[in-house]
Design a binder for this molecule. Structure first.
Ligand SMILES: C[S@@+](CC[C@H](N)C(=O)[O-])C[C@H]1O[C@@H](n2cnc3c(N)ncnc32)[C@H](O)[C@@H]1O
Length: 260
């Protein structure tokens, strides 16, 4: 897929001279410029642009990322390998080479990364995350309902103030997930950079993943009841109308007292 491709910035790698405290202090952080400078066709699945990579680095720097996960593999994996102490990648090589290029890159901090190379449909339901995650990126399979399925398995694992990053919100079905999250009490939209949305987990209680409760979700509360009958009737009238001869349409309108 054609992603938010941008002109790469300087390829110079600069080591962070003053890494922040705790676990992060053991991690050498290259500046995202070096990763963004890799060619846009570095792998064939489409990669994130420089401004998105910079935004990821900026938002991750504001929190201590002990554990993180992403679906899909690429430039983001290189970046997360330096931003997180333990990063899990749920991806599939397929024909796009998106895992091999990452594995072979000198920019990868391989000591922090684990690849799980099976479709996320299979791995995520069986995944046991021992501890909470401070950062999750959804950028694996993009067809409906795969990103929503991934969201289901990740959202209960998000720590307070964790970053949830959803890519490709210009795809209609993913846009709906974005709209849902925008209104959900568990999330606060931080910003949108190109087609990537950045959310932070709020302190709102976890929505029970094994119950029901559609009626307490903001997205439903604001739209219920959905005007299904009216919309369907209008569409049906339009469909019938487009098939009737003009003379007949005028006669019907006349009989209903409408102006022709
Ligand atoms: C758009 S790319 C990810 C790009 C990456 N975030 C970057 O910035 O370079 C999509 C990724 O999802 C992977 N993928 C596609 N279908 C998948 C599936 N069913 N399960 C797991 N990964 C999948 C692709 O192989 C690819 O690595």
């Amino acid at each position: 897929m054609d992603k938010n491709r941008e002109r790469p910035a300087s390829p110079k790698i600069m080591q962070n001279p003053s890494p922040s405290e705790g676990v992060k202090s053991q991690i050498v952080e290259p500046r995202p410029e070096a990763i963004a400078a890799l060619p846009a066709d570095w792998h064939a699945a489409g990669t994130m642009g420089a401004s998105v990579l910079h935004a990821i680095a900026r938002h991750a720097a504001k929190r201590q990322v002990l554990r993180s996960a992403e679906t899909g593999s690429g430039k983001t994996t290189l970046l997360f390998s330096h931003l997180s102490a333990e990063h899990k990648v749920f991806a599939l090589e397929g024909d796009d080479g998106s895992i091999t290029v990452v594995r072979n890159s000198p920019l990868l901090n391989s000591s922090t990364v684990e690849f799980v190379e099976v479709p996320t449909h299979v791995t995520l339901p069986n995944q046991r995350f021992g501890n909470k995650l401070q950062l999750v990126l959804i950028d694996g399979p993009h067809g409906y309902p795969f990103p929503e399925m991934e969201y289901f398995y990740f959202y209960p694992r998000l720590d307070k103030d964790a970053l949830l990053i959803v890519d490709d919100i210009h795809i209609p079905t993913i846009h709906r997930l974005y709209e849902f999250l925008m209104e959900d009490e568990m999330f606060r939209l931080i910003e949108v950079v190109q087609n990537t949305a950045f959310f932070a987990r709020t302190e709102s209680p976890l929505f029970d993943p094994y119950g029901d409760g559609w009626w307490v979700q903001e997205f439903n509360k604001r739209r219920f009841p959905f005007g299904f009958k009216r919309t369907t009737l209008r569409r049906f009238r339009g469909w019938v109308g487009s098939r009737l001869p003009d003379r007949l349409k005028r006669a019907i309108k006349r009989s209903m007292g409408e102006k022709c």
